[in-house]
Ligand binder design. Structure first.
Ligand code: HEM
Ligand code: HEM
Length: 284
């Protein structure tokens, strides 16, 4: 794919756009797919904010443990004796950060495809970049949330943590599998964006659109069914239910008023690629 040479007239208005566009076979231009490395670097500030949230939740959980009110420590007091409780609390904190970031990611994704950004390429580009950053952070947070459990002295191994239904803790078999499926699906339908020129942009977009709701729903379901703190604090459960209201509203808005004319979630997608006017520069 070659880089478009901007015309003199276009140079004035599309300075930031031109370097990001490639020429299509039909002679038009479309946004380039930003390489994974560039997005990973761009996601560092976002991941740093997620790390701060994780640290705050971790400190709250530690304070609960010292006060003797932590639901997980009450259920599994042996973790305090074996010293594994710090890893368990860290995993819980990463889980809460993952869920918060998944929530944000879904709202940003729905904004990218919704009417709010129609005819506003800069806003769309900014929202999409932020969405890509938060998405990469979500995948990292989920992975760390699971991997940290290797240090909680409860006997977990990579197999029990990453193979569905393999956990030795029978009551958690289904709940844990929901989380594992969510992680696998997130990896499959998210970062495959960086291969979209190989697998086909339309295929990527349609797969992403139809499967990302499952990533989120599985994550929320896993949380409601497995989280000790959630089960121990009714206020937290209520807050999590209330947090779903904006998601449902944004989803409904996306269905009723998509960004691209003629595109409906439950209808036919008329065009394979958005026109340049509909899609924003990717890295400005
Ligand atoms: C690295 C991973 C990811 C990348 C690069 C990415 C990128 C994108 C892009 C470019 C769009 C706009 C599609 C369009 O042109 O309409 C989009 C939409 C969306 N994304 Fe992601 N995404 C990723 C992961 C995720 C994850 C993990 C979730 C959910 C937790 C998610 C939720 C959404 C949603 C809900 C939409 C709106 C789909 C629609 O209704 O059309 N994305 N994403
Ligand atoms: C490989 C995938 C996963 C594994 C092995 C896993 C494992 C666990 C375990 C063992 C717990 C119980 C901790 C407790 O007692 O509270 C838990 C809770 C939790 N998980 Fe996951 N999980 C995975 C995926 C996910 C995903 C995809 C999300 C959300 C995006 C998530 C968010 C949470 C949250 C918020 C809690 C609740 C913490 C609490 O209420 O104390 N997890 N997870």
């Amino acid at each position: 794919m070659t880089v478009d040479e901007p015309t003199t007239a276009a140079r004035a208005t599309m300075r930031t756009v031109s370097s990001e566009r490639g020429r299509t076979e039909r002679g038009g231009s479309r946004p380039r797919t930003v390489p994974l490395g560039a997005d990973l670097a761009a996601a560092i500030p976002d991941a740093a904010v997620a790390a701060v949230l994780t640290a705050v939740v971790f400190l709250v959980l530690r304070a609960q443990i010292h006060a003797g009110t932590d639901p997980a420590a009450r259920e599994m007091p042996n973790m305090i004796a074996t010293g594994g409780i710090w890893a368990y609390s860290m995993s819980q904190a990463l889980g809460f950060a993952a869920l918060t970031w998944a929530w944000l990611t879904v709202l940003l994704g729905l904004t990218v495809s919704g009417r709010a950004v129609r005819g506003r390429p800069r806003l769309r580009g900014w929202t999409e970049r932020l969405h890509r950053s938060t998405s990469l952070t979500v995948v990292l947070l989920i992975f760390l949330h699971a991997a940290t459990l290797l240090w909680d002295t409860m006997g977990d191994t990579p197999v029990t943590l990453f193979v569905p239904f393999a956990t030795h803790y029978t009551p958690g078999r289904i709940s844990q599998a929901l989380g594992i499926f969510s992680l696998y699906l997130a990896v499959l339908v998210g970062p495959s964006y960086y291969l979209r020129d190989r697998i086909g942009r339309r295929f990527w977009r349609v797969t992403h659109r139809w499967l990302v709701p499952a990533v989120y729903v599985l994550g929320v379901w896993h949380t409601f069914s497995y989280g000790s703190d959630l089960q121990g604090h009714s206020g937290l459960r209520t807050a999590l239910w209330i947090a779903q209201v904006p998601i449902v509203l944004a989803f409904a808005a996306r269905l009723l008023a998509p960004a691209r004319p003629g595109e409906r979630l439950f209808g036919r997608t008329r065009r394979q690629d958005p026109t340049p006017a509909e899609e924003a520069p990717q890295t400005t």
